[in-house]
Design a protein around this ligand. Sequence first.
Ligand SMILES: [Zn+2]
Length: 264
Amino acid sequence: MSSEKSTPLMRRRELIMGLAAGSVVPFMAGCAENAALGRSQLMLVSDGQLANLSAQAWQQSLQQERVLRDPAYNRRLQRVGERVVQASGQTQYDWEFVVFDNDTVNAWVLPNGKVGFYKGIMDMMVTDDHLATVMGHEVAHVAARHSAERASQQMAAQMGLGLLDALAQGQMGDAYDPDLAAALGAGVTFGVILPYSRQHEYEADRLGVDYMVRSQYDPRQAVDFWMAMSEQSQGHTAEFMSTHPSDDNRIAAMRAHMQSMNYV
Ligand SMILES: [Zn+2]
């Protein structure tokens, strides 16, 4: 397969087709209530579009990274992953848990429920509760539809209201600027694995801790784990920590949530 070469074009074409078919909704209609969060979100990306992009990103990861076959690592990730997913109620996705044979300290989840944990981060997880900390946090990003929201925010920023008006009125035609389409395509693609905003991190922390409690892991170990990660990452680059800075505010917010929910 020549997916490397054709992918950006395919994505662009997909997006334009989506726009033409009206599955990318105009700005004013593009808000959706998220039950997990209890707030509404800007939604300019359809679930179908995001699912397609996620599937592509997942295939690319499986091709580019070496998958670790060690049954102990895989069983562990599977065991914790399934428990947390059940507790989250996000069972509508086709969840898949894969360990990558790499010392990178990182983990991510795509919006279609494909989960990648690197050996490097798993080796830092002394207990399953530590693993559930990151799993809960990542599953929470999916439940909260953070990728779609982030991509939508980016699209809105890139496009401006004028263009969105044009889209709403179906004025796509030949006048559609291919550079802009490319920028839009890049924005959406990036949205699949885009670093989340601070607000998203706080929300994922809160929901993640809720999922830990529901799946009977110890939420106190979430605080321990984030603090340990923060210390470990001093002085060298940990991928995960560059997108998840464990500063005092974040830990304090997590503690406050745990107290308000009577978890501790
Ligand atoms: Zn996060």
